[in-house]
Design a protein around this ligand. Structure first.
Ligand code: SF4
Ligand code: SF4
Length: 197
C-alpha cells in the first residue's frame, strides 16, 4: 500500500508532467503559423529522420532477419537459393534475390528491421514522401528499383520532367550513391555463376 509520501509524490509528478506537456501545446497555440510551399520549397529533414528505406540489393543475403524483426510483417523477400557474402568482393552471391518489397501502407517507420541486418544493407532513408493514388502503389518493390539503378523510391512528382531545383539535386545525390554499385545490384537479381554450377 502506498505511503502518504508516495501518494502526494504521485500527484505532484502527474501535475508536473501535464504542465510540461501543456506548456509545449500552448507555445505552439500562439506561435506564428508557417506554411511551407512543398514541393517547391525543400522540407527540413533532420539527420536522424526515419524515412522510406534505402536498400543495398547487392549486399542482401535474403536471410529474412529484417522480415522477422518487423512487428507488422510488411517486408516480403523471395530468393531462388541460399545467398552469402563473398569475402573477396564484399557482395552477396548464390541464388537470385527475386523479391525485396515493403508495404508502406503498413510500415510504421520503427527501424526495427535495420538493426538485425547482418550485412548492413537496409537503412532508414531521408525521403518522407510517397504519395500515390492507390494502396497497391504503396508497396515498393526494391528489386524492381534495383533494375533501374535506384536504392530508394522517388516521390511521384520527382519523376516529372522538371522537378524543383532542390529535388533535382536530391535525385542526383541518390543516383550518385547507387551508381558505383549499379552492376552489382543487377547481378544480385540473378543467380551468380558459382551457384549455377
Ligand atoms: S520500419 Fe518497422 S514497420 Fe517498417 S518495415 Fe521496418 S520493421 Fe517493419
Ligand atoms: S536486408 Fe539484411 S536482414 Fe533483410 S534479408 Fe537482406 S541481408 Fe537479411
Amino acid at each position: 500500500m502506498a505511503s502518504r509520501k508516495e501518494y502526494f509524490a504521485n500527484i505532484y509528478n502527474t501535475v508536473k508532467s501535464i504542465s510540461i506537456g501543456m506548456r509545449i501545446t500552448l507555445k505552439y497555440c500562439f506561435a506564428r503559423t508557417i506554411t511551407v510551399q512543398y514541393p517547391d520549397v525543400a522540407p527540413v529533414v533532420k539527420p536522424r529522420f526515419r524515412g522510406f528505406h534505402w536498400f543495398e540489393a547487392e549486399k542482401c543475403i535474403a536471410c529474412d532477419q529484417c522480415a522477422k524483426a518487423c512487428p507488422i510483417d510488411c517486408i516480403y523477400i523471395e530468393k531462388s537459393g541460399p545467398r552469402k557474402i563473398d569475402k573477396e568482393s564484399g557482395v552477396a552471391v548464390g541464388g537470385a534475390l527475386q523479391r525485396y518489397a515493403i508495404d508502406y501502407s503498413k510500415c510504421m517507420f520503427c527501424a526495427l528491421c535495420t538493426d538485425p541486418c547482418p550485412t548492413d544493407c537496409i537503412h532508414m532513408g531521408d525521403n518522407h514522401d510517397l504519395s500515390s493514388y492507390t494502396r497497391e502503389d504503396m508497396i515498393v518493390e526494391f528489386t524492381d528499383l534495383a533494375k533501374e539503378g535506384k536504392q530508394t523510391p522517388e516521390p511521384f512528382w520527382m519523376q516529372q520532367d522538371k522537378p524543383p531545383a532542390w529535388a533535382a539535386e536530391q535525385k542526383q545525390r541518390w543516383e550518385e550513391r547507387a551508381k558505383p554499385v549499379r552492376d552489382e545490384m543487377l547481378k544480385a537479381l540473378e543467380p551468380s555463376e558459382a551457384s549455377k554450377k
